[in-house]
Write a protein that binds this ligand. Sequence first.
Ligand code: PRE
Length: 174
Amino acid sequence: HEGSGSRTGVPSSYSQLLPLTTLSAERLATADLVAAAKWGTGSPIDDPAREQVVLDTVRKQAVETGADPEATVAIFRDQIEANKLVQRGLHALWTADPSKAPAERPDLTEVRKEINRINIELVRAIAGSDRARATWSCRGVLAVTAVHVRHEKQLDKLHSRALVRAVPSVCPVR
Ligand SMILES: O=C(O)C(=O)C[C@]1(C(=O)O)C=C[C@@H](O)C=C1
């Protein structure tokens, strides 16, 4: 794709929204690691205290980065729901067929460090997509970026569904 508009120098909506969708898919990939970290430990998928830390942190980062804090928090609520959708899907799969369950248990603290890195990148991508998110075509362009990312990353059904769940707040309802 041409990226930032070749003749005008103005970034296209597509090039503003693609990083957001790509990072959403990368954040969803961490759900596999979180699910594996929690599998067989009795730790619940829902961790409201950690969610609050994530939301408080990204709100602060949004203010520092010049992203709309309310939009940022709304987008991260979706990102978290999508993450849980993947975790629940995987736990259901592993319960039904224990031979598919992971043999290794990642360290949740390390996985959360990776999530934190992706979170700040996502906040930057939100700050950089102000114009695209405010445009009438936001939903259509966002859907095109999702198709692209699904193919590029060869997402399975569960992760494709979760990617759809991760991004509705990107385009404000009007
Ligand atoms: O950190 C975890 O324990 C996760 O499961 C990840 C995550 C998130 O998406 O950030 C999702 C669900 C939990 O309620 C808290 C946070």
